[in-house]
Design a protein around this ligand. Structure first.
Ligand SMILES: [Zn+2]
Length: 148
């Protein structure tokens, strides 16, 4: 497979006839024109092949100035995911589920009002902010499914 570096491709901000905006990469300007003429450039949202460069597309400049940080999959990615899964399993199996009373329960444990024990549950953004402010120790449970 031929290797393509980001320096050799051009990024266009495109727009379909229905007004969906999306980005696409092409080998060069001619490649875009050619693929568009063949009707194989289609909207990422609805599949429409009536695609035009978005009016404000700063095309090439964009790849020069706004670079994205990407990473290939780490060789140990599967291992890390398994560790997170294990952490999640333990966090849940060795703790009591307190539902949406998490903030209240965590605060009681923090203040010593009730005996320390593992709990897990849900909290709103405001409640989380309040817990952080009060110095209550907690961790988010990683959101890792069992099958990916
Ligand atoms: Zn569309």
């Amino acid at each position: 497979m031929p290797e393509t570096t980001t320096d050799e491709v051009i990024q266009y901000s495109l727009q379909c006839a229905k007004g969906h905006g999306f980005d696409a990469w092409f080998k060069n300007a001619a490649a875009f024109d050619e693929q568009k003429a063949r009707g194989i450039v289609s909207c990422a949202v609805c599949g429409d092949s009536q695609v035009e460069k978005a009016p404000m597309a700063p095309a090439v400049a964009r790849t020069d100035h706004e670079r994205r940080t990407l990473a290939s999959a780490h060789p140990d990615a599967a291992k890390f995911r398994e560790m997170l899964r294990e952490y999640r399993r333990k966090g849940m199996s060795e703790a009591d589920y307190v539902g949406d009373r998490f903030a209240e329960a965590a605060r009681k444990i923090h203040s010593g009002e009730v005996e320390a024990r593992g709990i897990y549950g849900e909290a709103s953004k405001d409640e989380i902010a309040g817990l952080i402010e009060d110095g209550v120790d907690f961790l988010p449970l990683p959101d890792v499914g069992e099958d990916n």
